[in-house]
Design a protein around this ligand. Structure first.
Ligand code: NAD
Length: 476
């Protein structure tokens, strides 16, 4: 049985209720988490506030940095344990789970290094004045985290928030919170003061909502679906609380006829199968110049057929989806494709040994998907790639921009002029040219436009979002 982690102590929920934890590889319950409520959130926020006022605010940036360095090292020491926890909780193949644990260590390393390098400016002004700006922490920051990359998302938002001088109350997803409870315990082990990192588990409409509305939370960082993002923004607006929203995507990969297909093909595949397509930046639309459309689909089709899906522990190309409702969602999209005459080019295989109750879905490549079809417009959050052909650069740009989202875009071309022309016109937070994701480096600011959200996480840029700027003008 898992408990909340508040003020460096494991505590049960005041609700007295729990939620079962399901292994997506076999659909069986194997643990329980607390079903938190608004009182638990209040307890955590009060603990965070006490920590902020009495301890954290008084630490020098270098002292915060050292604590974060120690947590980074501790996470790396426990990387296999953390990976195993998240693997079972989320159904991640071993390679992915391990990469996520290492990324968490790297986020804390990066932000530890940044904690004492955040500074304001002096502004030239008439001589009888000295004008300067200070970057001050918000205070208590609330973090609402999804289930697809708990450790990575915790690393990027909690790491930046702590480095900027805030203390954190984290609400992980009810579908995947075990790794974060363990990380909070590790933080206490390396000396984080009680109340600096608090974890309250439970449902979004109970714990998440209470956190977003709590009057003593000074900033909300939300990563999740556009639908819930709207609710968070409304709750934040009611009390004028700043928030950053990292939401969904329907990201295009645009392949021009002069592209290096040997480099593009494995990257295009990885961008839709990674974490079984349950990735905000999944490259789920494939836009291909008509002269190479058939060639590229034939090559991708053979590669798709070789992909294998099975239990997370077997470390195949794909693990299961997170839960049955997510599996049903993907099935509904594929059934719409069938009803609307959209053809399947190829599918991977679910291995025979996959347990009956697991939430498996074979990766699927579809062709000639109309630009306005829901398959090309809505986030499926599964391993389904929708291909479509274009005839000109202008048409490719229009098609790429023709969704409500604007998170990531990939462009494959050897033409240097086109690389810049297209990148400038894509309405997208990130554009990757002849790659996709640039290795996911911590250093690279990340975020969306349009329905993909606002604000930036990762990189140095994220630190600004976790501070508020104060202008101080002194007349001599
Ligand atoms: P979700 O919106 O259902 O849930 C996200 C979090 O919000 C969970 O912790 C959930 O419990 C909580 N929540 C749910 N209802 C709430 C409410 N009424 N008030 C407050 N909190 C509430 O999203 P999900 O299914 O967990 O994650 C998938 C989504 O996250 C996808 O849309 C994906 O694209 C997005 N995502 C975005 C990024 C990014 O960086 N842009 C990264 C990962 C995931």
């Amino acid at each position: 049985m898992q408990l909340h982690y508040i003020a460096n102590a494991s505590v049960p929920s005041l609700s007295g209720k729990t939620i079962a934890v399901i292994d997506p590889s076999d659909g069986q319950a194997f643990d329980e988490i607390q079903r938190g409520n608004a009182e638990d959130v209040d307890h955590a926020v009060q603990a965070a506030r006490l920590c902020y006022d009495n301890v954290w605010r008084k630490l020098s940036p270098a002292e915060r940095s050292r604590l974060m360095m120690r947590l980074s090292a501790k996470v790396l020491e426990h990387a296999d344990e953390l990976a195993a926890i998240e693997q079972r909780d989320c159904g991640k193949p071993t390679k992915q789970a391990k990469a996520d644990a290492l990324a968490l260590g790297r986020y804390f390393e990066f932000y530890a290094g940044a904690a004492d390098k955040l500074h304001g400016e002096t502004i030239p002004y008439p001589n009888d004045f000295s004008v300067l700006t200070w970057r001050e922490p918000h205070g208590v920051t609330g973090h609402i985290v999804p289930w697809n990359y708990p450790m990575q998302i915790f690393g990027r938002c909690v790491g930046a928030a702590l480095a900027a001088g805030n203390v954190c109350v984290v609400k992980p997803s009810e579908d995947a919170c075990l790794s974060l409870i363990r990380v909070a315990q590790l933080a206490a082990d390396v000396g984080f003061p009680a109340g600096a990192i608090n974890i309250v588990t439970g449902f979004g409409h109970e714990v998440g909502d209470a956190l977003a509305r709590h009057p003593d939370v000074d900033h909300i960082s939300f990563t999740g679906s556009p639908r819930i993002g709207t609710l968070i923004e409304q709750a934040a607006a009611e009390r004028h609380c700043p928030c950053t929203l990292e939401l969904g995507g329907k990201s295009p990969q645009i392949v021009f006829a002069d592209a290096d297909l040997d480099a593009a093909i494995p990257t295009i595949i990885n961008a839709i199968i990674q974490n079984s397509g349950q990735t905000c930046s999944a490259g789920s639309r494939l836009l291909v110049e008509r002269s190479i459309y058939e060639t590229l689909l034939a090559r991708l089709g053979s590669a798709f057929e070789a992909l294998r899906v099975g239990p997370a522990s077997l470390d195949l190309d794909l693990g299961p989806l997170i839960r049955q409702t997510q599996q049903q969602r993907v099935w509904d999209f594929l059934s719409d494709a069938h009803n609307d005459g959209i053809s399947i080019v190829a599918q991977g295989q679910i291995i025979d040994e996959a347990p009956e109750g697991g939430y498996y879905q074979a990766p699927t490549l579809l062709r000639d998907v109309p630009v306005d079809h829901r398959l090309a417009q809505e986030e499926i959050f599964g391993p389904v790639l929708s291909a479509m052909a274009f005839d000109s650069e202008e048409e490719a740009i229009k098609m790429a921009n023709a969704t409500q989202f604007g998170l990531v875009a990939g462009v494959w071309t050897r033409d240097g002029g086109r690389q810049f022309r297209v990148a400038k016109r894509l309405r997208s937070g990130q554009v990757f040219i002849n790659n996709y994701g640039a290795g996911g480096g911590v250093e690279l600011p990340f975020g969306g436009t349009k329905a993909s959200g606002h604000g930036r996480e990762k990189g140095f840029e994220a630190l600004y979002g976790f501070t508020t700027l104060k202008t101080v003008a002194i007349r001599h």
